[in-house]
Design a protein around this ligand. Structure first.
Ligand code: PAF
Length: 276
């Protein structure tokens, strides 16, 4: 596996075509490796980027303490058969004077994560657009765990006419249902024991849906699960349209349950298709 730290090194190592691309912020877990495996199956050449993107963290968020371990990540990617790792510095990605932002407008970025983390999706869209222009992939892989991010990237790709396919890959979970996330390392052992409550809330909503209950009843069931853990502060729990993310009052195919909130040291999000 080659490692490129600069744009010049990246350009030199890239083939003309056949690139599958997995953008990450590193501190890799089995969820990232599922993206890499899928990319490996579908493309002759696999590029992974590791870049903790300052633009997508708000003031007071965890940019400085976001977990980082490039050596461990490098070894994992090498073992997974990745061809090229791109691990640029902040100065390489955003050289002095960098002033451009990519902003997807409307409810897709204003709601949910967009409301709790203003500016987050602009930071994500800006770095991902820049990475797409540098790496020129034919396919790119994003986890469904960050469902809203996946939709924002799809919107950006359509709107700006990037000629690439965005592949969504199902969430990988721990045995108790907790969705894998690099931030799970912040959970205290006690919090870790309770952290699957987001998944349990989503399952409770799905159970109500399957038993013929209404959207309002499903939401009440989800709220009931979240209320079992008082130290978890909910940001939102909702049933939404799978493409627009607007709240639903009636069931529809693909209806998505979304949930987010925080333990004292860590914010968690999750989602699930909740279909009657
Ligand atoms: O999902 C992530 O890890 C990040 O938001 C991404 C897509 C790599 C952009 O920094």
């Amino acid at each position: 596996m080659k490692v490129a730290h600069t744009v010049a090194e990246l350009r030199q190592a890239l083939p003309r075509e056949g690139v599958g691309f997995v953008p990450t912020m590193g501190y890799l877990h089995r969820g990232h490796l599922a993206l890499v495996e899928r990319a490996r199956r579908e493309n002759p050449f696999v590029v992974v980027s590791i870049f903790v993107n300052p633009l997508q963290f708000g003031p007071g968020e965890d940019y400085h303490r976001y977990p980082r371990d490039l050596e461990r990540d490098r070894a994992l990617l090498e073992a997974a058969g990745v061809d090229l790792l791109f691990a640029p510095s902040v100065e390489e990605m955003y050289p002095r004077g960098f002033a451009t932002r990519v902003s997807v407008e409307g409810p897709l970025t204003a709601l949910w994560e967009g409301e709790v983390r203003p500016g987050h999706f602009q930071g994500v869209a800006t770095v991902v657009a820049r990475l797409f222009l540098l790496v020129r992939p034919e396919r790119t892989y994003f986890g469904e765990k960050d469902y809203q991010q996946l939709l924002v990237i799809r919107r950006m790709v359509r709107d700006l006419g990037f000629s690439l396919e965005v592949v969504g890959v199902p969430t990988v979970r721990e045995e108790d249902g907790l969705a894998l996330s690099s931030r799970n390392v912040y959970l205290s052992p006690e919090e870790r024991g309770k952290a699957n409550l987001l998944y349990r809330a989503l399952l409770a909503m799905r159970e109500v849906a399957r038993a013929g209950g209404s959207v309002a009843e499903a939401l009440r069931a989800g709220e009931g699960v979240l209320a079992e853990v008082p130290e978890f502060r909910k940001d939102y729990l909702a049933l939404v349209h799978p493409e627009t993310l607007l709240p639903l009052s009636d069931w529809m195919p693909g209806a998505r349950g979304i949930v987010a909130g925080r333990f004292p040291q860590v914010r968690l999000i999750d989602n699930l298709e909740v279909h009657p």
